[in-house]
Design a protein around this ligand. Structure first.
Ligand SMILES: Nc1ncnc2c1ncn2[C@@H]1O[C@H](COP(=O)(O)OP(=O)(O)OP(=O)(O)O)[C@@H](O)[C@H]1O
Length: 381
């Protein structure tokens, strides 16, 4: 359905020793893990215990102690990963290349077999694959090959698989085609579509039904800004309508716009978890200030920027990290003082330092991501 490997199981080797035991988990990640394990224990007390048992439905998606090891690979691609996504939540799973996001998704949708652990969609173990397919939409990272179908036919196929009734199917297909701005490609074969249009189609196919949970692996990569904005609106509306969306994207802006909660993955495990505001307060070190100095003919603007920097450094109340100094602009991270103190200081010395404008802002999600995700790229070896 999604790609040729959708119903095939990959060979999985036995897992290595749990590095969750060796690594100290972030307190939010540990709390999430404990909460899910407690809920699972409560459920197993009610259900008959067995590897395929179902659990309670507090979360639309539960990923439970998932491990994926590849032969000849030193570290596990997914390493005892546990988290849940609540009903009507947009959960962002972020991480550097090779962190284990796609592997996690492929296990959840049944494209890969886990070495250990499992996942549950609306309380139902994914090993009971046939029933979970209806509840789960998937926009894979790689476009799948359904080239022999037209855009419209592919919507009909997915809608039927998700159990849309004959009565509703025509209007639903037309609605989704309009929603994802695909009207002009209606009767085109999929192989005739451009890369960005294919991404739109795959995201739309993931949402038709609608399923309870949609897993979207970089759905907007290569999509033009206009269509991307429209897709983000659709995702937000789907979440409002109580769909659960698991999104991965390398655009931090997109994650900020769409997601209620985020987890950043590194080496197959979560390094942090929480709402964006929570992550900013917990990991955002200080705040940022961008300063622009006046451009004066025959004057060295760079030296102006440096005099602003040395002025700030002379004030003992600030600890400053230089992010960037260009010709007329500078960006600094300020630690150990309040934005109000800096504001007062800059206002008082604006003219003397030739400052044209300045903005003080909270640490961005991108900066947090960069500081937490570092060294993950090495996992890709
Ligand atoms: N078939 C495979 N055989 C061996 N190792 C693999 C295989 N597929 C993935 N891996 C490894 O598993 C790890 C996780 O890969 P994965 O594709 O899940 O990362 P990702 O977080 O989705 O990265 P990206 O952001 O680039 O999509 C990487 O180290 C990768 O090299």
């Amino acid at each position: 359905m999604y790609d040729s490997g959708f119903l095939q199981f990959s060979w999985a080797c036995s897992s290595k020793k749990s590095s969750t035991d060796e690594r100290e988990l972030d307190d939010d990640v540990a709390a999430e893990r404990n909460q899910i394990l407690n809920n699972m224990n409560l459920s197993s007390a009610r259900n008959s215990i067995g590897p395929d048992r179902d659990v309670n439905r507090l979360d639309h998606l539960i990923v439970h102690d998932l491990v994926k090891s590849y032969p000849l690979h030193r570290a596990a691609a997914v390493d005892h990963l546990t988290f849940g996504a609540r009903r009507g939540e947009a959960f962002g799973l972020l991480g550097y290349n090779g962190a284990g996001k796609t592997t996690t998704f492929r296990i959840v949708v049944g494209d890969l077999m886990a070495t250990e652990g499992t996942a549950y969609i609306d309380g139902q173990n994914i090993r009971r694959r046939l029933t979970s397919i209806r509840r789960l939409g998937y926009c894979p990272q790689q476009d799948c090959s359904m080239d022999f179908l037209t855009v419209r036919d592919s919507f009909y196929l997915l809608a039927r698989i998700r159990g849309v009734s004959r009565k509703r199917i025509d209007s639903m297909v037309s609605y989704m085609i309009t929603l994802f701005l695909l009207e002009s490609f209606d009767n085109n074969y999929i192989h005739q579509l451009s890369g960005g249009t294919k991404r739109r189609l795959h995201a739309a196919l993931a949402l038709i039904g609608p399923p309870l949970v949609a897993i979207l692996d970089e759905p907007t990569t290569g999509v033009d800004p206009n269509a991307r904005q429209q897709m983000q609106k659709v995702f937000l509306n789907a979440v409002k309508a109580q769909m659960t969306i698991i999104l991965t994207s390398h655009s931090m802006d997109e994650c900020e716009r769409v997601c209620n909660r985020l987890g950043i993955m590194k080496s197959g495990q979560l390094t942090c978890l929480g709402t964006i505001q929570h992550l900013k307060s917990k990991f955002g070190r200080g705040y940022m200030v961008s300063i622009q100095v006046q451009s004066i003919a025959n004057d060295s603007n760079a030296s102006n920027m440096h005099s602003v920097l040395s002025f700030l450094r002379d004030q003992n109340q600030f600890q400053i990290e230089v992010k960037e100094i260009l010709k007329t602009t500078g960006q600094f991270q300020i630690l150990e003082s309040t934005p109000a103190e800096l504001f007062e200081l800059l206002e008082q010395n604006k003219e003397r330092l030739n400052i044209e404008t300045y903005t003080i802002s909270q640490t961005t999600l991108e900066q947090i991501f960069l500081s937490l995700g570092k060294t993950n790229s090495t996992n890709d070896s």
